[in-house]
Design a protein around this ligand. Structure first.
Ligand SMILES: [Mg+2]
Length: 122
């Protein structure tokens, strides 16, 4: 069974790009267009192995999304990578404090993204 990655980003371009990169690596991919949609897709999925999430999104931002995910026992251990244009220390600190495993600043190199995903999936 290929590992299942949930990609949450309000930019269709980013969603499609990250999905393309991950599919090329053989991963199964589900996309969501904001944090709320991300939660819905997470609940609807049988299993999500890793989440890649943007920060700035309408309806529910990435930090609120991560907080919601981590508050639920069933999703406490899913690796989360933040992929954001916000690269200040305070943003990175916030992301990691809320429970993200890694914080990547856009634009991220595809190879680096793949390497990080594989590392977190062990
Ligand atoms: Mg965004």
């Amino acid at each position: 069974m290929p590992k299942h990655i949930l990609i949450v980003d309000d930019s269709k371009t980013v969603r499609n790009l990250v999905a393309f990169i991950m599919k090329k690596e053989g991963f199964r991919v589900t996309t969501a267009e904001d944090g709320l949609d991300g939660l819905e897709k997470l609940y609807a999925a049988d299993l999500v192995d890793l989440i890649v999430s943007d920060v700035n999104m309408p309806r529910m931002d990435g930090f609120t999304f991560i907080k919601n995910v981590r508050e639920q026992e069933a999703y406490r251990d899913i690796p989360i990578i933040v992929l954001s244009t916000e690269g200040q220390d305070k943003d990175i600190q916030m992301g990691l404090t809320l429970g993200a495993n890694l914080y990547m600043v856009k634009p991220a190199q595809p190879e680096k993204m793949v390497r990080n995903v594989k590392m977190l999936l062990g």
